[in-house]
Design a protein around this ligand. Structure first.
Ligand code: FE2
Length: 232
């Protein structure tokens, strides 16, 4: 299975996960680009799915279904099914509540499509107010191998690298990552995130020191995560 990323709107990212014959569209706002892509490769679009149901992620659903006959499966159902079949293989789907209650991630071949749960450079906003759920979801993502590739729901890289610098001005990994940033293919690895994303660095002594300097709470893991999320 392969994956192709498409930009749409100001900074949204859509995906097509595909094999030799079949494809799945994820958060498919880039409708025309996705239609061209599947047509050029002779792919049959089987499913339209979302990482969560915020309107900027669902905006292409209906048009793409109308044009292709693809079936829609909502995120909660995908998580209950624990996956999505594609050409005899399974794209694994996991519930990752926190940004929204219905957030999910898609996992296959060492890739994670993370929607608004994890961006390149920062965790997603905790719009449910349940920081514990968001932290547990991020810790679940952090249980994957370090070379796992992150495909986020938006490109906020430049903004979030600036934010990271406000938290850890002397962290060289931030500029190192910016040198690798390529707007036509917005990805990172978990290893990159552990180096430059302050919201995943809640157990790093350097980060804890910065939180202490600001007089923020650092006692428990949840305290540290809330503290760093409060800054960014
Ligand atoms: Fe969202």
């Amino acid at each position: 299975m392969n994956i192709q990323q498409f930009r749409y709107g100001a900074d949204n990212l859509a995906y097509v996960i595909y094999g030799n014959k079949e494809a799945v569209a994820v958060d498919p706002g880039a409708v025309n680009d996705i239609l061209s892509f599947v047509r050029d490769r002779g792919l049959s679009l089987e499913y339209v799915v979302n990482t969560h149901t915020h309107p900027d992620h669902t905006t292409g659903n209906q048009k793409l279904m109308d044009k292709t006959g693809a079936e829609y499966i909502e995120p909660k159902q995908l998580a209950q099914n624990q996956g999505l079949p594609l050409e005899g293989e399974t794209i694994k789907v996991y519930a990752t509540p926190g940004h929204t209650r219905d957030s999910v991630v898609f996992h296959f071949n060492g890739a994670l499509v993370t929607g608004d749960t994890l961006f390149v450079g920062k965790a997603g906003k905790c719009m449910t107010g349940d920081f514990n759920a968001l932290l547990e979801s991020l810790k679940f993502l952090m249980s994957f191998p370090e070379d796992t590739v992150i495909y986020p729901g938006h490109d906020y890289v430049e903004e979030y690298m600036d934010t990271a610098k406000t938290v850890e001005p002397d962290n060289p990994a931030i500029n190192d990552f910016l040198k690798k940033y390529f707007p036509d293919h917005v990805v990172s690895t978990l290893a990159d995130e552990y180096q430059m994303n302050p919201t995943l660095r809640f157990n790093r002594p350097e980060l804890i020191e910065k939180l202490k300097e600001r007089g923020l709470s650092v006692e428990t893991e949840l305290d540290r995560f809330r503290s760093v999320m409060w800054i960014v």
